[in-house]
Design a protein around this ligand. Structure first.
Ligand SMILES: Nc1ncnc2c1ncn2[C@@H]1O[C@H](COP(=O)(O)OP(=O)(O)OP(=O)(O)O)[C@@H](O)[C@H]1O
Ligand SMILES: [Mg+2]
Length: 506
């Protein structure tokens, strides 16, 4: 039970029941009070002229001197005939002159005269009920009837008739009390039972959705990240549900990213160790051979072995350098050192560098450069590296007799597009989204027969282009060719630094 009232449903129900009870009790109190007032007003109006009617009975006894015996016996006689009233004779200040009660029962010898004066005024009928002091009780006030009366020669007094005398009231109150209380108890318990049943059903359904929220949040907390809440309307609970769903989406995405990152990190370490181990064991093997066969090796053989060792060492140091560069980009330590330069001149230089290799592979390497290209504003060393990586790939993955085209285009006032296309073997569609991932190679085998490469070239190119606030994109068709392209911002005199003439570095 204690547990029940700790729940929101319990608390709302309890407050609701208390509210019904307080409202019901107030209603009963007001209706009892107004029914008592009604009875008083009705009784005072019905007996409005009672005192005046009785007054003439007393007049003969008050004329010259007060005839107490006669007065008392008249009062007694009247009260026996009508037990509902108490009759008093009062002077103009409110002092009691005559009454029919044992003196010890009289609690006040003087009563407030103001209500009596108000009552005997002509216009008093409209302002009933008027309550006056009850001589039998120090605090209680009651409805009455009163009439002016002349005492002695010229003394003003009043006949004061309390309606519903003490005896009568005791009996009447008992009857009324039990009747009203019984009706109110029935009404109140009906309201309570009805209110409790209807209210609790209603609150049960309202809080049901909150319980569903708790249930879902708990399941989510325990690892079921697919849990979502239904958003059925636009009330506060649905708003809460929608907010929870958004939060759950974000958390689920972050968890997936974290899991993917963990897998990538494991793969990265495996790839690095593989790529370091292969050239290292090759170096080790050749050195051991040279040492073992020392004097049995011909001069040419020794030279060939040492060249292989040197090639592996060069590859190793290049791999380490590339890894180092990538980690610098990741740590945002490598920032492009921008300057204005001629992209056309740079492209020609790089292509010139690759021309002998292309000729050796029997690949046609051409440039398409429009005249009057504006300067671009970028890091010349970094862009040279991107161009080299892309041309290197194009040559590497294109068969003999193919063609590689390096094209520059001005696509709008602000941008120059650089694209490197080839007629090579292309990249399968499923691999396209991953070619920029580090160590990703379409040809997974890392044997000596396959095209060599560590799978870092495009990852570095992507990082460099992104550092220039641009995006590198790829389009490819299997067995017909691939194109990589990215845009560079042109040099704007007002915004960027002064131009510097491109210096040929070859
Ligand atoms: N022009 C291209 N045509 C076909 N496949 C390509 C082309 N360029 C890249 N690829 C594919 O994308 C993969 C990733 O290229 P990336 O340059 O990152 O690595 P790599 O060339 O294998 O090694 P390296 O780090 O030495 O450049 C390549 O292994 C290759 O499978
Ligand atoms: Mg490459």
């Amino acid at each position: 039970m204690k547990q029940f009232f700790r729940t929101l449903f319990g608390k709302i129900s309890l407050i609701f029941l208390l509210l019904i009870f307080i409202l019901g009790a107030t209603e009963v109190f007001i209706s009892v009070k107004s029914s008592v007032n009604y009875v008083c007003e009705a009784s005072q109006k019905l007996n409005y002229s009672l005192a005046r009617d009785l007054a003439h009975r007393f007049e003969p006894m008050l004329k010259d001197s007060l005839n107490y015996n006669a007065i008392n016996s008249t009062i007694k006689e009247l009260m026996v005939m009508n037990p509902k009233v108490d009759i008093y004779l009062v002077d103009k200040h409110g002092h009691l002159i005559a009454y029919f009660e044992k003196p010890e029962k009289i609690k006040r010898k003087m009563i407030n005269i103001e209500p009596i004066r108000d009552f005997v005024k002509e216009s008093s009928y409209g302002s009933l009920p008027i309550f006056g002091d009850d001589p039998l009780d120090k605090t209680r006030r009651k409805v009455f009837s009163a009439a002016p009366i002349t005492i002695g020669k010229n003394e003003q007094g009043y006949l004061y008739v309390i309606l519903a005398s003490a005896r009568y009231e005791l009996a009447a109150e008992g009857i009324r009390g039990s009747y009203i209380l019984k009706t109110s108890a029935i009404a109140l318990s009906t309201i309570l039972v009805f209110g409790a049943v209807v209210g609790m059903i209603f609150f049960f359904f309202v809080t049901k959705r909150l319980r569903q929220v708790t249930h879902t949040v708990r399941a989510f907390e325990q690892g079921d990240y697919s849990q979502r809440l239904p958003v059925t309307s636009d009330d506060e609970v649905s708003e809460l549900a929608a907010a929870f769903n958004r939060m759950a989406d974000t958390i689920q995405k972050n968890i997936r990213d974290m899991e993917r990152n963990a897998i990538l990190r494991r793969e990265l370490i495996a790839n690095i160790s593989h790529d370091l181990r292969s050239p290292l064991s090759s170096i080790q093997g050749y050195i051991e051979t040279v040492l073992m066969k020392d004097d049995r090796l011909s001069k040419d053989e020794r030279k060939k072995f040492l060249e292989t060792i040197l090639k592996n060492v060069t590859n190793l140091s290049q791999l380490v350098q590339e890894l180092f560069d990538l980690s610098k980009f990741d740590a945002k330590e490598s920032k492009p050192n921008r300057e204005p330069f001629s992209i056309a001149d740079l492209t020609q230089d790089v292509v010139l560098k690759f021309q002998p290799i292309a000729e050796g592979l029997n690949i046609h390497l051409v440039t398409k450069l429009p005249v009057n290209l504006p300067f671009v504003y970028a890091d010349i060393g970094m862009i040279e590296r991107v161009l080299s990586n892309l041309i290197d790939n194009a040559l590497r993955y294109t068969e003999s007799g193919g063609k590689v085209t390096v094209r520059l285009e001005r696509i709008n006032a602000d941008c120059v597009r650089i694209s490197i296309s080839d007629t090579g073997k292309g990249i399968p569609e499923k691999d396209l989204p991953y070619v920029f991932d580090r160590f990703y190679r379409v040809e997974k085998s890392r044997t000596r027969n396959s095209v060599e490469g560590s799978g870092l070239g495009l990852a570095i190119a992507k990082k460099i282009v992104e550092a220039h606030n641009s995006i590198i994109k790829v389009e490819s068709k299997l067995n017909s060719g691939t194109v990589f392209y990215f845009d560079l911002k042109t040099y704007q005199k007002e915004k960027d630094k002064n131009p510097r003439l491109f210096v040929h570095r070859l």
